[in-house]
Design a binder for this molecule. Structure first.
Ligand SMILES: N[C@@H](CCC(=O)N[C@@H](CS)C(=O)NCC(=O)O)C(=O)O
Length: 230
């Protein structure tokens, strides 16, 4: 086995890659990066100075691959499985990329802003930034709800990189900024994501770490107990 994924089991962007790997039965080992631990953080910065997780290392090619979109594309290129996360057909591929970007930029990022604000030291909070993040999520939820009309997955009938991006960020964003009652397409899509085996496996592996989530008290019981995805 030549692939090592450096990750944290609770991190949404790490889940995005795990879902793609599980969908494709890719053989890999994972190694936890604890960015709060100076030794672990230093090793990771040596690997990828930006310090973000996840990062993939491929010993067979002596290559470090950062950035979730690139990791997923790299794995598809060199270790393909049964489900192309990036569709072969060009227009579908553009759609998959567009919606993957959309979930990363307009759901994951504002969700992270809200979550990490809770970790800031007293007096260091950014209420204006958090309020803007909540507005971005409102807009994103409405756009996604419209996009999903008549669709099973983010771009249509096939599960793609857009859905692997969507599942983890919607999981956490639904806790810190619940979906509006009239976003039925979004809610139904989220339930389909939770029922997907690769998503269930990823969340079940993350469950032992849920107590570390800064909004743990807001987590619905069906998530905390795993009933929503076990
Ligand atoms: N654009 C990056 C984003 C990765 C990212 O934001 N990862 C988070 C964990 S979910 C992280 O590394 N947070 C730690 C930090 O920012 O210091 C990607 O797609 O890989």
């Amino acid at each position: 086995m030549s692939l090592t994924l450096y990750l944290h089991p609770l991190a949404a962007f790490c889940h995005k890659v795990l879902i793609a790997l599980y969908e494709n039965h890719v053989d890999f080992r994972s190694e936890t990066v604890d960015l709060m631990d100076p030794g672990s953080a230093a090793s990771h910065l040596a690997r990828w100075p930006v310090g973000k997780i996840p990062v993939l290392h491929d010993a067979a090619r002596n290559r470090v691959v950062p950035e979730t979109s690139i990791i997923i594309e790299y794995v598809q290129q060199h270790y393909p499985g049964p489900l192309p996360m990036l569709p072969k057909e060009q227009d579908a591929r553009l759609d998959a990329r567009l919606w993957e970007r959309f979930f990363d930029l307009y759901v994951s990022e504002p969700m992270q802003k809200i979550v990490t604000d809770r970790l800031r030291p007293e007096g260091g909070n950014d209420p204006i930034g958090v309020s803007q993040a909540r507005k971005t999520l409102d807009t994103a939820y409405a756009v996604i709800d419209g996009q999903l009309a008549g669709k099973e997955w983010a771009i249509g009938g096939d599960f793609t990189i857009a859905d692997s991006a969507a599942a983890p960020c919607l999981f956490f964003s639904s806790i810190v900024h619940p979906f509006a009652a009239d976003h039925g397409n979004l809610s139904a899509y989220f339930d389909r994501l939770l029922a997907r085996p690769a998503v269930k496996r990823t969340l079940e592996e993350a469950r032992p770490f849920f107590s570390m989530f800064p909004y743990r008290e807001a987590m619905p019981e069906r998530f905390a107990s795993g009933a929503a995805f076990v």
